[in-house]
Write a protein that binds this ligand. Structure first.
Ligand SMILES: Cc1cc2nc3c(=O)[nH]c(=O)nc-3n(C[C@H](O)[C@H](O)[C@H](O)COP(=O)(O)OP(=O)(O)OC[C@H]3O[C@@H](n4cnc5c(N)ncnc54)[C@H](O)[C@@H]3O)c2cc1C
Length: 402
C-alpha cells in the first residue's frame, strides 16, 4: 500500500494547477454570469489535453489512467468551484472513454478526435421525462432497424451540454430500447449528433448552478443512423451506460475534493484575519471544531475517490477487480462527496458572515453548483445507496425487478 504520488502524478497536478489558477480561476464569476465558458478557455484546455484525456493517443487523447484523470478533475474543481468547467471535463472524460472503448473506428474518427481537441462535445443521454432513476421502467425511446438503417424516436430530458453540442457539434451517447421485452438487456447505445439535425428538436432549462454548462433536452423524430453509430454490441447499452456512470461518479468525487478544499482554504484565510470579541474568530472552538470535521470529511472523500480510481486502473490496465468492485467504490465516493463538499461550503459561508451571502465571494456559486451532484447528476444519492446495498447483499435483494 502506498499513499504517495509518483513524480509523474505530481508534475501533472502542478501543470493543471498552474493552468487552472491562471486561465480559469479569474474568470469563474464571468462564466457564471454569462452562462458560457469563453472559447479561449476551451481552446487552452484542449491544448493541454484536458478533454477526454483517457482516450487513445491516435484520436488525440493522452491515454491517461483514472488516477491521472482524477487529479485533473480535482484541480479543475479547485479553480472553478461553480463546477461548470469540472462538469464539462468529467462528462467528456467519462463518456469519451466509453466512446473510445466501444465506438466504431469510423464514428470515433469523425467525432472523438474533435472532442479531444475541444472542438466537439461528447455527452450522455439516458434520462427521460418519465424518470431517471428507474430508466428501465421509464424509457420510451426506441431504435428500430429497417433496411440496414436505425430509426430513433423518443425524448431525453435533463441532459448536460445541449447548447454546447448544438454549437460545437459532437454526439450524445443515447440509450434506446432495441428489444422492448428484455428489460435492461434490451437497450442499445447510439452516438446521436444534435447539431444541424432536422430530426432533433432541443430545449434548454434554466439551472440553479454550474451556469457555464447548459442543461436541456431533445426530442428525436425518426432520427436515421447507420450501423457505425451503434456503440458496441447490440443490447449491451445499459451495461455501457453503467460503466460510464461509475467513471463519472469517481470524477465527481475528485471535483468535490478540489472544490471543497478550495472553499475551506478560503474560509481559513478569513477566520485567521477576521476579529470578533478582540480575537481572530479562528481561535474560537465554535469555529475550529467544524473546521476539523469538514477537513476530515473531505479527506474521507479523497480516500474513497482515489481508491475508486485505483480500482479502475487495476481493472482496466491489469485485469484485476470487476465492474462490480468499480461500481461499489464509485457509488461510495459519490454518496459522500457532494454532501461533504456542500456542508463544508455552507460552513464557510457562515464564517464569512454577511459577505458569504454576497457575490463578492465565490462560495454561493459553489453551493449552487455542488447541489447538482447530490440532486441527481450521474445518479441520485438513494441510487448510490441501492448500488452499495446491491453489491453487499446481492441482486436477489434489489427493491425492484429487472
Ligand atoms: C444538473 C443535472 C444534469 C444532468 N445531466 C444529465 C445528462 O447529461 N444525461 C442524463 O442522462 N441525465 C442527466 N441528468 C439527470 C439525472 O441522471 C437524473 O436527474 C437522475 O437519474 C434522477 O432522475 P430524476 O431526476 O428523474 O428523479 P427520479 O428518478 O424521479 O427520483 C426522484 C427522487 O426519488 C428517489 N428515488 C427513486 N427511486 C427510488 C428508490 N427505489 N428508493 C428510494 N428512493 C428512490 C430519488 O433518489 C430521488 O430523490 C442530470 C441531472 C441534473 C440535476
Amino acid at each position: 500500500m502506498d499513499f504517495g504520488w509518483t513524480e509523474e502524478q505530481k508534475m501533472w497536478r502542478q501543470t493543471v494547477r498552474e493552468f487552472a489558477e491562471k486561465k480559469i480561476k479569474p474568470y469563474v464569476r464571468e462564466i457564471d454570469t454569462n452562462k458560457k465558458i469563453p472559447e479561449s478557455i476551451i481552446r487552452d484546455m484542449g491544448k493541454l489535453g484536458l478533454f477526454a484525456p483517457t482516450v487513445d493517443t491516435d484520436l488525440g487523447g493522452a491515454n491517461l489512467d483514472w488516477t491521472m484523470a482524477c487529479i485533473a478533475a480535482e484541480e479543475l474543481g479547485r479553480a472553478d468551484i461553480s463546477l461548470a468547467i469540472p462538469v464539462l471535463y468529467l462528462v467528456e472524460a467519462s463518456w469519451g472513454f466509453i466512446f473510445n472503448r466501444y465506438g466504431t473506428r469510423k464514428a470515433k474518427e469523425n467525432f472523438l478526435s474533435r472532442v479531444t481537441s475541444g472542438r466537439g462535445f461528447c455527452g450522455i443521454a439516458v434520462t427521460e421525462p418519465g424518470g431517471g432513476s428507474d430508466i428501465v421502467g421509464a424509457a420510451k425511446t426506441t431504435a428500430v432497424k429497417q433496411d440496414g438503417v436505425w430509426h430513433l424516436n423518443g425524448e431525453k430530458m435533463f441532459i448536460s451540454g445541449i447548447r454546447e453540442s448544438c454549437s460545437w457539434g459532437g454526439v450524445h451517447l443515447t440509450l434506446a430500447r432495441t428489444d422492448p421485452g428484455a428489460g435492461h438487456k434490451g437497450f442499445s447505445f447510439f452516438a446521436v449528433p444534435l447539431k444541424d439535425n432536422d430530426h432533433v428538436e432541443t430545449t434548454l432549462l434554466e439551472d440553479m448552478g454550474r451556469m457555464g454548462i447548459s442543461t436541456g433536452g431533445f426530442t428525436m423524430k425518426d432520427v436515421e443512423l447507420s450501423e457505425e453509430y451503434l456503440i458496441g454490441e447490440l443490447h449491451k447499452g445499459f451495461y455501457y451506460a453503467m460503466e460510464g456512470f461509475s467513471a463519472a461518479r469517481t470524477l465527481i468525487g475528485a471535483t468535490c475534493v478540489g472544490a471543497g478544499e478550495a472553499a475551506l482554504e478560503m474560509g481559513m484565510e478569513h477566520i485567521k484575519c477576521r476579529e470578533s470579541f478582540g480575537r481572530p474568530i479562528g481561535s474560537f472552538e465554535g469555529i475550529q471544531f467544524p473546521l476539523a470535521e469538514h477537513y476530515t470529511n473531505l479527506e474521507e472523500v479523497k480516500l474513497l475517490t482515489y481508491k475508486a480510481a485505483w480500482i479502475m486502473d487495476k481493472m482496466y490496465r491489469e485485469n484485476k477487480f470487476s465492474h462490480h468492485d468499480v461500481a461499489l467504490a464509485a457509488a461510495m465516493s459519490k454518496l459522500r462527496a457532494p454532501v461533504h463538499t456542500f456542508n463544508a461550503m455552507n460552513e464557510v459561508a457562515d464564517w464569512l458572515g454577511a459577505t458569504g451571502y454576497t457575490k463578492e465571494y465565490p462560495i454561493e456559486m459553489g453551493i449552487r453548483g455542488v447541489r447538482s451532484y447530490s440532486i441527481g447528476a450521474e445518479g441520485t444519492m438513494n441510487i448510490m445507496r441501492i448500488i452499495i446495498a446491491r453489491e453487499l447483499l446481492g441482486r436477489d435483494f434489489l427493491p425492484y425487478n429487472q
